[in-house]
Design a protein around this ligand. Structure first.
Ligand SMILES: [Zn+2]
Length: 170
């Protein structure tokens, strides 16, 4: 499209959401940022300005600027020129925001999906046993509190000897 006008573009927030659904999580390419529940709000102003508000999965994740750039690019690809990408830490991201479908893909990818934190706020840490995503054994050991990023824990399965990553359940 070579037509450029300064008038408003007829863009629906749902179109932006759909575009963002194709933005992969920078660390886990099998899920998108919307799968992970990172995108909190999309607004389109009368003047055509698109504002996307997102919450990073973990504040310690180094991929923040990658996510920001990816969001901006996805919106730009819709023909939008006036884009604002904001991040917010309140409320903080929780693993409960991960969609059911995404949990299954995480498991198939070899990452133990986080247990829903549910109601027990005080006992959520390790309240649910971690299963080996490969063989399903509960006979797993945590080998490091933090994986390559602050987001994950490293485990090894004593049943099949497979090392794997698990999310910290927040
Ligand atoms: Zn195993």
């Amino acid at each position: 499209m070579e037509e450029h006008t300064s008038s408003t573009i007829n863009l629906q927030p749902s179109t932006v959401w759909a575009a963002l659904a194709s933005v992969p999580d920078p660390e886990i390419p099998v899920v998108s940022i919307t799968d992970m529940g990172m995108v909190r709000d999309v607004t389109v102003s009368d003047a055509g300005r698109v504002t996307v508000t997102f919450t990073p999965t973990f504040s310690g994740c180094p991929a923040l600027h990658v996510i920001r750039d990816s969001i901006e690019q996805a919106v730009r690809d819709l023909g939008v020129t006036d884009i604002e990408v904001k991040s917010t830490l309140t409320p903080p991201w929780t693993t409960d925001w991960i969609g059911d479908d995404a949990r299954e893909r995480l498991r198939q990818y070899g990452i133990a999906p986080p247990a829903p934190t549910g109601e027990g706020q005080l006992i959520q840490l390790d309240a649910e046993p971690t299963r080996c995503p490969r063989c399903g054994s509960l006979n797993v050991r945590m080998t490091a509190s933090f994986g390559p990023t602050l987001c994950k824990r490293m485990y090894v399965c004593d049943a099949c000897r497979e090392p794997f990553e698990g999310f910290k359940s927040l």
